[in-house]
Design a protein around this ligand. Structure first.
Ligand code: UGA
Length: 458
């Protein structure tokens, strides 16, 4: 019989691990979140979320009776019914996923569990990884003689199931509590029943498949979304050349239920910790298996160019950025997060700096993270060849005040709220490059702003 509520341990307290753990506690389970980062664990113990995510701290507080945070994995795994692995699988230089963190957790599990338990891989992992994790755990389980010395039960059974996560940053809590589906990947009846028990209180549709199919669903879904975006960006670039408007085109396409009206926004390319990594990882997996995944390859190629498209447009319009005051609005890869991974800002800012631009950057939450990568420089370059500068300011107005050029890189609400006449009034020369198509072309024109966006008329 499977107990309820369950005793759950979660390895890794990044977006996937922490949000899943907190949401499972919210649905009544007892959850212990494990991380090796002492600083993070101390913060969580004080009720502070180490990541910026809407509603997360509130839920941490609301469910604090059922939540434990620790660096002591032994304590967490020893008596757990279910152990979720939610550690990172960052990209290696060759595009493959780095499974070192998964392996470490698998080994720790093998060495500490004292009773039967289910290990659930939530991290995004290449197809076949669950099989490897299961083998790895078996390989590291204490031998009969070691068990005897330790006085431990040698008949422990550990099952491994795949349960990929589909939450998006910024809406992670809602995405988890109201997920479109729960994917359960296992051929074991007991593993399946246990996972059903975990998710029963969520009341969500469950899709039960094999482990390998579950692993593939995650990549196939993410890469499809990435493809959708790259496709729209490709079409947007063509729209510009032939005088069509990508937003009208997207609207017209979206009415077709087979296409859907979401994820059709052309822009400055997809970023974040998932799409760039997962497209490359699937491409790599295909290559490893002697297959060329041409569609995904194309999505990657389009995205690479898209990220610097506005910069290139601006280079055609201006003689130089040298000594120009350049406002950069939005640094995070998307609104609602302070995450900078693969953000277009990371590509555009160095290009502008190399050209001697004096950047005034603003983001409502990601500035502190950006500052760590690009520390504020002292004085402005004042046109000194090749010596750009960067300054962080406290508001959109401060960034665009007296600017020669403005780049919009993230569609934060408060950036959207800027009125065309504000650009006209505050900028020295109202020249705006909008990577998110957030203003109406006509309004900008009427206000006297020279406005360039993606896939629309000038
Ligand atoms: C993405 C998926 O949406 C989640 O379902 C998945 O669980 C997650 O990856 C993951 O694998 O962990 P996320 O990367 O947080 O979530 O963010 P998205 O909202 O999907 O946006 C990704 C990028 O696509 C952003 O740079 C965004 O600006 C861009 N995008 C999105 C567009 O350019 N156009 C659109 O129409 C939609």
């Amino acid at each position: 019989t499977i107990p309820h509520p369950l005793n759950i341990a979660v390895a890794g307290t990044g977006y996937v691990g922490l949000v899943s753990g907190v949401c499972m506690a919210h649905r009544g389970h007892h959850v212990t979140c494990v991380d090796i980062d002492v600083k993070k664990v101390t913060m969580m113990q004080q009720g502070i979320s180490p990541i910026y995510e809407q509603d997360l701290e509130e839920l941490m507080h609301l469910n604090k009776e059922r939540l434990t945070y620790t660096t002591d994995y032994k304590l967490a795994y020893k008596n757990a019914d279910v152990i979720f692995i939610g550690v990172g699988t960052p990209e290696l230089p060759d595009g493959s996923a780095n499974l070192a963190y998964i392996a470490t957790v698998a080994r720790q599990i093998a060495e500490t569990v004292e009773r039967d338990c289910l290990v659930v891989v939530k991290s995004t992992v290449p197809v076949g990884t669950n099989d490897k994790v299961e083998q790895f755990i078996k390989d590291f389980l204490p031998t009969d003689s070691e068990n005897e010395i330790l006085g431990k039960n040698s008949k422990i059974k550990i099952e491994v199931a795949s349960n990929p996560e589909f939450l998006a940053q910024g809406t992670a809590v809602r995405d988890t509590l109201e997920a479109a589906r729960i994917i359960i990947g296992t051929d074991s009846i007991i593993a399946k029943e246990t996972l059903i028990k975990v998710y029963e209180p969520f009341g969500l549709p469950i899709v039960s498949v094999s482990r390998r199919s579950a692993e593939m669903i995650k990549y196939a879904a993410n890469d499809f979304l990435a493809l959708k975006i790259s496709y729209m960006n490709d079409i947007a670039n063509l729209c510009e050349l032939v005088g069509a408007d990508i937003q009208d085109v997207a609207k017209g396409m979206g009415f077709d239920g087979r296409i859907g009206d979401k994820f059709l926004n052309a822009g400055i390319g997809y970023g974040g910790s998932c799409f760039p990594k997962d497209t490359k990882a699937l491409d790599y997996l295909a290559k490893q298996n002697g297959y060329e995944l041409r569609t995904v390859k194309a999505a990657i190629a389009v995205n690479k160019d898209q990220k610097v498209l506005l910069y290139k447009k601006a280079c055609k319009r201006l003689i130089t950025f040298n000594g120009l005051k350049v406002a950069v609005l939005g640094l995070a890869f998307k609104p609602g997060t302070d995450d900078l991974r693969e953000a277009p800002s990371l590509e555009n800012v160095p290009l502008l700096l190399a050209q001697g631009a004096d950047i005034y950057a603003y983001d409502p939450v990601a500035m502190d993270n950006f500052r760590k990568i690009f520390p504020e420089t002292g004085t402005e370059s004042k046109g000194e060849q090749g010596k750009g500068s960067i300054k962080y300011v406290e508001s959109v107005e401060e960034a665009i005040q007296g600017a020669n050029v403005c780049f919009v890189l993230t569609e934060w609400g408060e950036i959207k709220a800027v009125k065309p006449e504000d650009y006209k009034r505050l900028m020295r020369t109202p020249l705006v490059y909008d990577g998110r198509n957030i203003y109406a072309v006509e309004d900008m024109k009427e206000s006297g702003v020279e406005y360039y966006s993606i896939g629309r008329k000038k």
